[in-house]
Design a protein around this ligand. Structure first.
Ligand code: AMP
Ligand code: ZN
Ligand code: FE
Ligand code: FE
Length: 281
């Protein structure tokens, strides 16, 4: 059996409801699925209820962006339960930072004559944690750009004309908070760290392992099979565990399906079992 340890729903920047994400995991034949929305655990209750009905395991989680020079570090905290807790309590602050950042993006778009009202972005987000993909979808719908990647390249990405930042935690703090909250911190899609050489990867993994990182996403939907295997060998050599998932976002990230990524992704059960053992040990 296989699992998917990285998905998004309408609770953040996915197009499908938490229950629908779980239903897609059931249809893919998975034994477990993690819902890991950006900065929120809002979707967990609905996903868990659906998982209970369908007889699949729901792993609660959230994805949090961290400070990182030269690239982007996203930490997925697996087994993070809704309710009070050290990291849980900080999520509301991250969402407030998002809201301020989003309003700055909206102002910038207005200044350059793009007709997108922040109210429309909130509608697009369907009540979830608002992100740049919601702006991107509106830029596509209104004909400013042909697709979401172009919206990031021209408007929303770090070199885009409407780019704005928000306060982020240093990775050591995010990792510490995740562990003190009963979560298992995993670095998502490590290619975004902006590392080029084997030495740079080694330095980063050694440093992050020193902060208490547990895993790295090696089985990522966008990676070729060879990259997945090579990454697993590398991270294991630093005492880290492999994780894996599709990073499913529905229509906000076309091409990635729950459980199978582009069609060739398999995240074996044993990967979840090892991460679970790390939490319990
Ligand atoms: P935010 O969390 O609002 O800063 O938006 C970041 C999210 O936008 C990421 O988690 C991805 O889902 C998506 N994203 C980032 N860069 C791109 C890109 N170049 N093309 C498409 N989606 C992207
Ligand atoms: Zn996202
Ligand atoms: Fe991410
Ligand atoms: Fe993600």
């Amino acid at each position: 059996m296989a699992v998917d340890l990285h998905t998004h729903s309408t609770a953040s920047d996915g197009s499908e409801s938490p229950a629908a994400v779980v239903a897609l995991a059931v249809r893919a034949g998975l034994s477990a699925v993690a819902l890991t929305d950006h900065d929120t655990l809002e979707g967990i209750e609905e996903a868990r209820a659906e998982a209970g009905r369908a007889g699949i395991e729901l792993i609660p989680g959230a994805e949090v962006a961290c400070e990182w020079k030269g690239g982007g570090l996203h930490m997925v905290a697996l087994f993070l339960e809704p309710g009070p807790g050290p990291l849980q309590d900080r999520l509301a602050e991250f969402r407030a930072g998002r809201d301020r950042r989003n309003r700055a993006i909206a102002r910038r778009l207005d200044e350059i004559g793009v007709d997108i009202d922040y109210e429309e972005v909130l509608v697009q987000a369907r009540g979830g944690s608002v992100g740049r993909p919601h702006f991107a979808a509106l830029l596509v719908a209104k004909g400013y750009v042909p697709d979401i990647p172009t919206a990031f390249r021209e408007y929303l990405g770090s070199r885009g004309v409407a780019y704005a930042t928000r306060p982020l935690l240093p990775p050591e703090e995010a990792i510490g908070l995740a562990r003190r909250s009963g979560g298992v911190p995993v670095v998502a899609h490590p290619h975004t760290l902006g590392l080029n050489t084997a030495e740079e990867y080694a330095d980063a993994f050694r440093r992050l392992a020193g902060y208490g990182l547990v895993g790295v996403e090696c089985y990522y939907g966008e990676y070729p099979a060879e990259t997945r295997r090579r990454l697993e060998a590398t991270v294991r050599s630093f005492g880290l565990l492999p994780s894996g998932g599709s990073d499913f976002h529905g229509s906000y990230k076309p091409g990635q399906r729950v459980g199978v990524g582009r069609g060739d992704l398999v995240v074996p059960d044993r990967i979840l079992e090892d991460l679970q053992a790390a939490r319990d040990g």
